[in-house]
Structures are given as C-alpha cells and as structure tokens.
Ligand binder design. Sequence first.
Ligand SMILES: Cc1ncc(COP(=O)(O)O)c(C=O)c1O
Length: 363
Amino acid sequence: MSNFIAQMEPWFGEEERRAMDEYLAEGGWITEFRKTQVFEQMIAEFTGAKHCVVVNNGTISLTLAALAVGIKSGDEVVVPNYTMIATPNSVNMIGAKPVFVDVELDTLCLDIELVEKAITEKTRAIYFVSANGRYPKSGIEAFVKLAKENNLILLEDSAQAMGSFYPDGTHIGRKGLVGSFSFSAPKVISTGQGGALITDDDEVANKLRRLKDFGRSGGGNDIHDSIGWNFKFTDIQAVIGIEQMKKLSFRVDRKKEILRLYKECLKGINQIRFFEQDLEHTTPWFIDTLVNNREKLQQYLKENQIGTRVMYPPINKQNAYLANGEHPISNKVGMDGLWLPSAAQLTDDDIKRVCDSISQFYK
Ligand SMILES: Cc1ncc(COP(=O)(O)O)c(C=O)c1O
C-alpha cells in the first residue's frame, strides 16, 4: 500500500537538531534571550521592518498589536468572515467587538466595498488578513487610504503570509501599523508555536515589548509603569526558528512550484477550481480550492491514503459567535472549500498521485 500523504506536516531536519545540541551544550537558560534577539533580527531584516517582537503564538500577537495601538473594550474591529478564528478571538479577548465582513471570491481577502459599509462610529480598526499570502484585488493601498480617511487603524494579520510580498516589493504585514505572523506547526516555517510582530513605529514597538514582559520598563528590572503580562518566547524555539529562517527562501520557491504543478495536472477538471495567486510576489501556504462534491471527494482521497482539510467555515455562523448576516463568499467557501496536501516536502510524484486520484474520482 502506498504511504499516506498528509495535508500538512512541519519540516525540521538535521540542521535544527545540530543547532539545538550546540545550544544545550553552551548551557543556555532556555527562556528568551540572545537567540530570540537573533531570530527577531532575522525577521526584521527579511521583512524590512524596523522592529520585530516575538511572542508565544500568533493569536496573542494579534491581541497585543490591538492593545499596543490603543484598541479598547467596546471598540469595533472589522475582520473578514473567512479567516482562522484567532483573528476575531484576539480582539474579543480584550472586549472589543469583531464585525464580520465578507471577502472577495478571487483572493479571499476583505472586500473593500463591504468594509466601507460596515464602518460605524464605534469602528476603531480594520484587521486585514492576508488569506494564504494574498493581497486584495482592490490593492492594499485602498485599505491604507480608507483607514486614513476614516481615522481608523490598519492592522495586518499576516499569519499565513511569511515570504509573501505586495506587488511594490513590501513584505506583507508592513502596510498596517503592525503586522502579525504565526509560526504554528503548519506554517511555511515553524517553531512549534510562536508569533512575531513587525512595525516601523518606535513607540508601538516599545509598548509591545512591555506588554509581553509584565509591563517592565526595561529588560530584567522590576519597575512597572504600565500593565503587562508574560507572553515571552523561549530560546529553544528561537534556535529552531533561526534554522527555519535559513530555509524560508527555498520553501517559498517550492510552495510556488507545488501550486504550479497542481494547476497543470488538474487543468482539464472543471469540478475543482483554484483561487487567484500572484506567484511572482506571493507564496501559497496551503493549496486552497473550491470543489464539487466535497465530502465524497475527501472520503475517496482518504481511502487512497491522501489527507485533505476542509477550509474555515463562515465565522459568523460558528456557535462561538452566531452573529447576524449572510456573507455569500465565506458561505460558499464553508461549503466547497478544500485544502489539498500542501507540505513543502511533497515530491512531484506525491502531487501527481493526488491529482490522479482527484481525476479518478471525478470520472
Ligand atoms: C490568519 C491566522 N491568524 C491567526 C492564526 C493564529 O496563529 P497561532 O496558531 O500561532 O495562534 C492563524 C493560525 O493558523 C491564522 O491562520
């Protein structure tokens, strides 16, 4: 029997093992210190941001970004109705209200016309989510302009966008006041858990550093001018992250090739459709598709040792929120959206096997 092709798998190798051995031999304190600073520096350099602050995951990073820019309980924050639920939860955690807005069918990013309609007196921010590394058809500049005109803060949830750029060459996450990344297990690069915040604003960066470290006014002291908590990283994760960053460019190229190969292999099959992806600038994190007969296809692929994953359901219909409103695009993705095997370590033969099985099913 052929081996199982997982929908996604993190990828750690000999380099991470060796780096970890060396770190432990040096007698590090495990908690965040010099290795974390190196990791932050690498992310700042790669993205071109002035500051990078890493925290323990890509959900708390969203909350800290919201806190650092002054979002408070009772404020409304526009979020896409198609996203990982961490986006709305992150603002819900501080008592702010996520307002769900539908996405564009081509990119799964916020639809700017609908965002405009959702703005009220209480709206303080827009959490723009780069769905699968994409930018909106309207262009991110339109969001920057809209935010400015309405005195709103633009924040970016770029959890899925490490290695993806806007067409002008700016890394995704840098057009908002703060951009947030995740290094959870399925991401292009991973530290098991982990999040990173990038910003060019000195004051916001300073606030972020305090918020994650008990509100300390400086490294290691016990002087607290403001409230903060403990959302620190560890040097163990940073040691892994440093090695993963060295592999990022290769993985970005490979992810792009994987999408190209899928598209080529599945060209004649009308029952499966891809979203738009600008492969010159952006990197697909997962291979996302709309498919006919989703549940049966998923079952058939599973029987053929191929893992897939149903895409996010519309958030306003999740029991966690049950918010009024019909959002046709996120509803459609909730019914027909399917992620195909997407790991960077897939071979061309693996992808052909997946495509053959899909073709077989639709015959
Ligand atoms: C868009 C988006 N935001 C936030 C998160 C949350 O990140 P984490 O799992 O690191 O908390 C994810 C994780 O998948 C995500 O895809």
